[in-house]
Design a protein around this ligand. Structure first.
Ligand code: FAD
Ligand code: NAI
Length: 475
């Protein structure tokens, strides 16, 4: 016998579980199917974000930074520690424990909100039916008023550097290393390459990153990228730009990496190789032949601005559709779709999605880069403030970087905010809120910022846009 729900969600990552919870808050009956299996064989809700992505990587970034600072920075503060030693097993145990708490938390949230969490595989059939196959069980048919697909993404595998889960690995494996690799190779100086490269470098690896592009962090503001690149190199990350991987062979001891640097073939020996060259939408085994869903040329589920697929009543959200592969983008899409199904007006403001890279210094931005504004032809002005002039940053011994604001000349609207420096990921929230409210630079200038805080750098950068900075010489 088939069961019926107002909404069936396939995927319980940050896009799917949030959509499911919101839908029950709106009075609908909801089932949320997820097949995630951890390396120890246990199932867990939370998707890539909680199990293998955002959360475990941030836990290790925090632990490794503390380790690094204890060994290298405490002296400057007048703190004697004796020899600082690494207990990687304990560090990894803490990481796993935090992940478990949070994924169990989702199961708890499902119970509290009366979402029926179903563990197993979901497959979309024609006519808004979903075939649910429980782990070790027989397929069951679910009838849905609406279906929300939130099946996420998976690492791109290069044909000439296939994952063997031992020497040539993806980001999930690289988060769960039980030993610090002596020499760690990383393909791709993108977000994962820099975050995980930082973790293992701080814990003692020699890290070499091979990046195909000539421009470092091509998606970020050029000044921010230059400041960050300089600091990462100072920290010891060996970032080789314009270098394209051509092959990787795993042997008994490690990996021989072949790449081309300005057309010249080169080789590199490393103990482990992390391939982090982007992720692809995950839709394997998801559709019956007559399900009617259309994919684009890169495999993303085609949707409109409101996440509607080509099939009426079937929506798709998160990493499996166009747009940045970010947890908060997926969650907002999930909320929007639940609201739309309930008949409310809802939208996602795709122009104001913050991005954060959790390195040290952190990098965060929202809106357009200076280069993008220049290309758009709109007249603009900029202002920036270096953390070197911030009392709070000095107290924290973290003075690298700056806040930079790009604003329109005609109506003073804030068009983009770019930060490299301490707590950039927290500071950007003010800029996101300002831009969501279409703030002018003057609005930020007239907003009182507590002293002494890092947030004052945002205030001073806004003042600098009009040459009114008070704590740093103007242009
Ligand atoms: P996912 O989180 O991938 O969840 C999809 C779920 O659907 C999975 O549990 C999967 O098992 C399940 N599923 C798939 N197909 C089926 C099926 N047919 N039946 C049943 N279940 C199915 N983003 C940030 O915003 N901030 C960060 O700091 C950040 N750090 C990251 C670090 C790393 C190392 C990685 C890899 C990613 C990181 N991301 C970060 C990206 C973030 O993880 C993704 O954008 C986010 O998880 C996407 O959410 P989602 O719900 O669309 O998909
Ligand atoms: P990415 O797109 O950020 O970076 C991949 C890099 O690999 C690019 O710079 C690309 O030029 C390079 N590359 C591609 N092919 C190559 C080759 N053959 N040789 C050398 N270099 C090559 O992708 P990444 O780092 O894998 O992350 C995947 C997604 O996960 C990102 O889109 C990001 O949105 C998300 N993520 C977000 C985080 C955050 O918000 N802090 C953290 C980690 C991941």
């Amino acid at each position: 016998m088939s069961k019926s729900y107002d909404v069936v969600v396939i995927g319980a990552g940050p896009a799917g579980y949030v959509a499911a919870i919101r839908a029950t808050q709106l009075g609908m009956s909801v089932a949320c199917i997820d097949e995630w299996q951890n390396k120890d064989g246990t199932n867990a809700f939370g998707g890539t974000c909680l199990n293998a992505g955002c959360i475990p990587s941030k836990v290790l970034l925090e632990s490794s930074e503390l380790f690094h600072r204890a060994g290298n920075e405490f002296k400057k503060h007048g703190i004697k520690t004796g020899k600082v030693e690494l207990d990687l097993e304990a560090m990894q145990k803490r990481r796993a424990g935090i992940v478990r708490q949070l994924t169990n938390g989702i199961a708890g949230l499902f119970k509290a909100n009366k979402v029926e969490g179903l563990v197993g595989h979901g497959k979309l059939l024609a006519g808004k039916q979903v075939e649910f196959t429980p782990v070790d069980g027989e397929p069951q048919l679910l009838n849905a008023g609406s279906v929300i697909i939130a099946t996420g993404s998976t690492p791109i595998e290069l044909p000439f550097a296939k994952f063997d889960d031992k020497h040539i690995v993806d980001s999930w494996n690289a988060i769960e290393f039980s030993e610090v690799p002596k020499r760690l190779g990383i393909i791709g100086a993108g977000v994962i390459g820099l975050e995980l490269g930082s973790v293992w470098s701080r814990l003692g690896s020699e890290v070499i990153i091979i990046e195909a592009m000539h421009d470092f962090l091509f998606m970020t503001d050029r000044e921010v990228a230059a400041a960050a690149g300089k600091d990462f190199r100072k920290q010891g990350l060996d970032i080789r730009l314009g270098a394209k991987l051509t092959g990787a062979k795993a042997g008994k001891k490690g990996v021989t990496v072949e790449y081309e640097d300005a057309g010249i073939p080169k080789t590199l020996e490393v103990d482990k190789l992390v391939v982090a060259v982007g992720r692809r939408p995950f839709t394997d085994g998801l559709f019956a032949d007559d399900a009617g869903i259309v994919l684009d040329e890169r495999g993303f589920i085609k949707v409109d601005d409101e996440c509607r697929t080509h099939v009426k009543g079937v929506y798709a959200v998160g990493d499996c559709v166009r747009g940045p592969m970010l947890a908060h983008k997926g969650s907002e899409e999930g909320v929007m779709v639940a609201d739309l199904i309930a008949g409310h007006v809802a939208e996602v403001n795709y122009d104001v999605i913050p991005s954060v890279i959790y390195t040290a210094p952190e990098i965060a931005w929202v809106g357009k880069t200076e280069q993008e504004v220049k290309e758009s032809g709109r007249e603009y002005k900029t202002g920036s403030f270096p953390f070197a002039a911030s009392g709070r940053a000095k107290a924290m011994e973290q003075t690298t970087g700056m806040v930079k604001i790009v604003s329109a000349v005609d109506d003073d609207e804030v068009l983009g905010v770019h930060i490299v420096g301490p707590m950039a990921g927290e500071l950007i929230a003010e800029a996101v809120l300002a831009m969501e409210f279409a703030a002018s630079t003057e609005d930020i200038q007239r907003t009182i910022h507590a002293h002494p805080t890092l947030a004052e750098a945002m205030h001073e950068a806004a003042l600098a846009v009009d040459n009114k900075a008070l704590n740093y010489p103007n242009k």
